[in-house]
Design a protein around this ligand. Sequence first.
Ligand code: XIL
Length: 461
Amino acid sequence: MSAAAATLAFGLAGTSQAAAPTLREAADATGRFIGTAVNDGLLNNSTYRNIAASEFDSVTAENAMKWEAVEPQRGQYNWAGGDRLVQFAQQNDQLVYGHTLVWHSQMPQWLQNGSFSNSELRTIMTDHVTTQVGRYRGDVQRWDVVNEAFNEDGSLRQSKFYQQLGESYIADAFRAARAADPNAKLFINDYNTEVRNAKSDGLFRLVQRLKSQGVPIDGVGFQNHLIVGNVNGSAIQQNLQRFADLGLEVVITELDIRMRTPSDSSKLQQQARDYRAVADACLAVSACSGITVWGISDRDSWVPDTFPGEGDACPWDGNYQPKPAYHALLTAFTDAAGDPGGPGEDPEDPEDPGEPGTGSCTAVFTVANRWATGSVVNVTVRTTQALNGWRAEFDLPSGVTVANGWNGGFSQSGARVTVTNAAYNGTVAAGGTFSFGFQTNGGAAQDGTAVSLGGQRCAAG
Ligand code: XIL
């Protein structure tokens, strides 16, 4: 395709405004699942329920399948919350990720405070695993059999199970789970194991031992409770890969990326890059089967209760509006599925200006917030060439105007908005980015609006 034809194709694509895919559609196109933790108490909230149903194809019980919820008295089971989740998943054609069977935390009082002989404790544990996995046999595709077994230094945590039973409690839990549902995939899950460090090395060695002993383990879950600005995508990818190389499936099981609150636009943009880095790390590892986020909106997240002064860690904000992090996840999947520039693009054509890395720019145009009469928009442009001063242009829907803007000088003529660099952000290195933002009046801007830089159309990126 010639450059002129490509530009024309882009022009047509830009006016047709195809509906953006949902996260689950985009993830599906890459062969991965995208899940969320579901708070049982919020399933009555229609906004929450609709997002959980339409955007995700996997669900994890945030609390309803933990030991304290399931077996509050010894031998007396309460399946209400777990059953609601399974029913929700079946109604919405979703996978269920079971969380969690053996864990030092959220144990029922009778177990936490009771004294049992070693053999009695072993039986209590295997009975619990057998009963719960058996209950959901065929309904739950993956289980976190053992959760958070490690200390930060890579030694095994001194949980009640480890103290009394030693390392063998882990193998016994996996064997009981396999016997109760031979088709469920069995995982060990932990946090602060995302990159290579003493803790993930300890986990790695344990998994090697389990495999060499023939213990039925299928995968490793990496929680990914991360901090904005502190995410190293390539280190995550390398660590996922070394576990995958043991012949295991790997999953991002509890992704959230927190910040000190309140948020601002630059923290939200950094958070979006961090979400993207985690998603890209998974997508680069063929054994990484999916990503689960730990909560839909900032309103529902566990983070503020657990990390005082921090929050805003989820892909949707407290009003259930998608944040830049949402769009970053979505774009990670759509790019990985081989559609980086939208319809009309020929990704094989090196002259196609829409292909990231071969054209001169890519742009992410994100509506961070919208309401009936306005919106807040963030735009980030990446340039392959060094810039000394820049001019970016885009069109707003009819009747929508820029009310005020930041990180640039704004002018508007009809639909067309022109933004030039501010004094402090005109110099951009090759491969670097610049960002600006603005608020609209008269209606909302459209996510993914095409942006041009110096007259050349940027790819959606
Ligand atoms: C958290 C839940 O989100 C909270 O609602 C609950 O109060 C405590 O547990 N690692 C895990 C999850 O494996 O089960 C935890 O979930 C978060 C950390």
